[in-house]
Design a protein around this ligand. Structure first.
Ligand code: E4P
Length: 217
């Protein structure tokens, strides 16, 4: 499973890159707003920093607006994936962009039917928002399982990109279900290698080493 980082923060992207843990980046308008800097400069810098796909989202709501924005967004780099909201107009835009050879990521997906529509439109990625589904008392990972099953039943090539991840367990479940990508916020990425038994075990090894004959000479 590929790991993307879900951020528009360059320091977080650089740190994750140093860990060798990112295969791409996803952004959205809210993540850009948090950075408080010129979005065009930032988008260009992110595309340059990352070897893999970088999702940049349109803000238009008609197909014509989305396609026009997409034409501009792809100028930031050859790795741009245009993020399109899950609307009927969005599906029209996805079909056109697919025909133009532009990769798309259909975002704000909350039902298996929405994912099926995105796949039928030819989307490169579909992004089910698992955390936001959990937030309203439903099961986000069940949604991912349904999408993975449907895509596999019909051999759709659209990749399942698990988004709105809140905890490491979301990633474990996504991997068990065979999702293609997890896009991970930096604060969750930092937790992936942590385990209390690792800390306890290392502490004991280092303490014992100090008692070992000849150690430290
Ligand atoms: C995905 O591409 C979105 O940017 C993101 O995962 C949304 O996550 P949130 O629900 O934590 O805002």
């Amino acid at each position: 499973m590929r790991f993307f980082i879900d951020t528009a923060n360059l320091d977080e992207i650089r740190q994750a890159k140093k860990y060798g843990l990112i295969d791409g980046v996803t952004t959205n308008p809210s993540l850009f707003a948090k950075e408080q800097r010129d979005w065009k400069e930032l988008a260009a810098a992110i595309c340059k920093e990352v070897d893999g796909p970088v999702s940049l989202e349109v803000v238009g709501v008609t197909a014509d607006e989305m396609v026009a924005e997409a034409r501009e967004l792809v100028k930031f780099g050859s790795n741009v994936v245009v993020k399109i909201p899950m609307l009927m107009e969005g599906l029209v835009a996805v079909r056109q962009l697919t025909e133009m050879g532009i990769d798309t990521n259909v975002t704000l997906v909350f039902s298996p039917l929405q994912a099926l529509l995105a796949a039928k439109a030819g989307a490169t990625y579909v992004s089910p928002f698992v955390g936001r589904v959990d937030d309203i008392g439903s099961d986000g990972m069940e949604l991912v399982q349904q999408i993975v099953t449907i895509f596999s039943n019909y051999n759709y090539q659209t990749q399942v990109l698990v988004a709105s991840i809140r905890s490491p367990m979301h990633i474990v479940d996504a991997a068990l279900m065979g999702a293609d990508v997890s896009t991970i916020p930096y604060k969750v990425l930092e937790k992936l290698a942590q385990h209390p038994l690792t800390d306890k075990g290392l502490e004991a090894f280092l303490a014992d080493w100090k008692k070992t004959k000849g150690a430290g000479e």
